[in-house]
Design a binder for this molecule. Structure first.
Ligand SMILES: N[C@@H](CCC(=O)N[C@@H](CS)C(=O)NCC(=O)O)C(=O)O
Length: 342
């Protein structure tokens, strides 16, 4: 009897999930007047509130870019801070419209979890950080045998950590927490010999420690962590809007369209720039997507192009000072490449 009740309740819950999944997200978003965007609880460079409580970071700006594409106004966004464990349920249940939270694209998340990743806004890889004062002479992760390693639960990080130590026949003691501030506090208090997460995250977290200069990021990158925004399955139009917002940011950079020159560029002699900015006569590129034809203008006005977003939040213009590296455009030897807007 009890079991049959459970089955019925389970089926009802799945039904709810399915209806959230197949809803026309664009209509819902327009009706409520904002995009609900899932972010981290506070990871510098990606999504973190500043002194005024405004969300900053490349992932937060991506949410604003989607809002600008839909509403022509990048401020029409609300942020939901989520731990690693909470993030997927929030998207599946319809609590958020987009997950833009340093999340790695994996097959399990695409299939078993029912998500659609729109692309890779930041190519990352997992690394280790140690306190060099505590562990003098350690300059490689391969010297960490027997170490206590701080890690956050519900992440690819936890799984890669296990693989890496197993593959290298090393012992380790995982010190696992669900909340970021718990992992940070445990590491800062010296409860772990090493901290592991995405390398970009290590640079961000190091800035928040008591004595950042005492800590070094080791050279090994032990995994691929392609980080990108995701939507739930079952709504192709919304998937396309979020995906092409990402491609619009890349295309703008490739074409030299910036936050400062976007209005001027509307009068460019280049047919491609005119097409992207929606100033060609009879264009339907934006309206076919479900937004206005000047959506790229709105996106770039709100957050700049991809390169501007990168430099401001994680690159030279930020405290993280991360080099562009493989996140450069394909035209500059990197991996960032957008299909044509035509
Ligand atoms: N990219 C990895 C790790 C993502 C992750 O959640 N990393 C932690 C440690 S840097 C984090 O961002 N925590 C922020 C939070 O919980 O608010 C994944 O998708 O599983």
């Amino acid at each position: 009897m009890k079991n049959s009740v459970k089955v019925i309740l389970g089926a009802a819950a799945l039904g709810l999930l399915a209806s959230a999944a197949s809803a026309a997200t664009l209509d819902d978003v327009k009706k409520k007047g904002f995009v609900q965007c899932g972010v981290s609880t506070g990871l510098a460079g990606f999504s973190a509130p500043n002194d005024k409580g405004d969300w900053t970071g490349i992932d937060a700006d991506f949410c604003r870019a989607v809002a600008a594409a839909v509403f022509g106004d990048g401020t029409k966004v609300k942020f939901t801070p989520l731990s690693a464990k909470e993030r997927f349920t929030a998207l599946q249940s319809g609590e958020i419209d987009v997950l833009s939270r340093n999340t790695t694209w994996t097959i399990n998340r695409d299939t078993a979890l029912g998500l659609n990743f729109v692309g890779v806004t930041y190519y990352d890889g997992q690394g280790f950080m140690i306190n060099a004062k505590k562990l003098p002479g350690v300059n490689s992760a391969l010297q960490l045998s027997g170490a206590a390693v701080c890690v956050q639960s519900g992440t690819t990080t936890e799984l890669n950590l296990a693989d890496y130590f197993k593959a290298n026949k090393m012992e380790y003691n995982p010190v696992v927490f669900e909340k970021l501030e718990e992992v940070n506090a445990a590491y800062d208090a010296g409860r772990c010999d090493a901290y592991t997460t995405d390398q970009s995250g290590l640079y961000g977290i190091r800035l928040t420690l008591g004595a950042p200069d005492d800590h070094v990021v080791l050279p090994e990158i032990i995994s691929k962590e392609p980080l990108g925004p995701a939507v739930r399955q079952g709504d192709d139009q919304w998937y396309h809007i979020v995906k092409w917002t990402y491609f619009a940011l890349l295309s703008a950079e490739e074409l030299g369209i910036t936050q400062a020159n976007v209005d001027e560029m509307k009068n460019s002699g280049s047919p491609e720039i005119k097409r992207v900015l929606g100033t060609e006569a009879d264009t339907k590129i934006g309206t076919d997507l479900g937004v206005s034809n000047d959506w790229v203008v709105n996106v770039v006005k709100a957050v700049g192009n991809y390169g501007e977003m990168f430099e401001k939040n994680v690159g030279a213009g930020s405290p993280l000072k991360i080099a562009r590296g493989i996140n450069a455009l394909w035209t500059k030897g990197g991996l960032q490449y957008a299909p044509p807007i035509r």
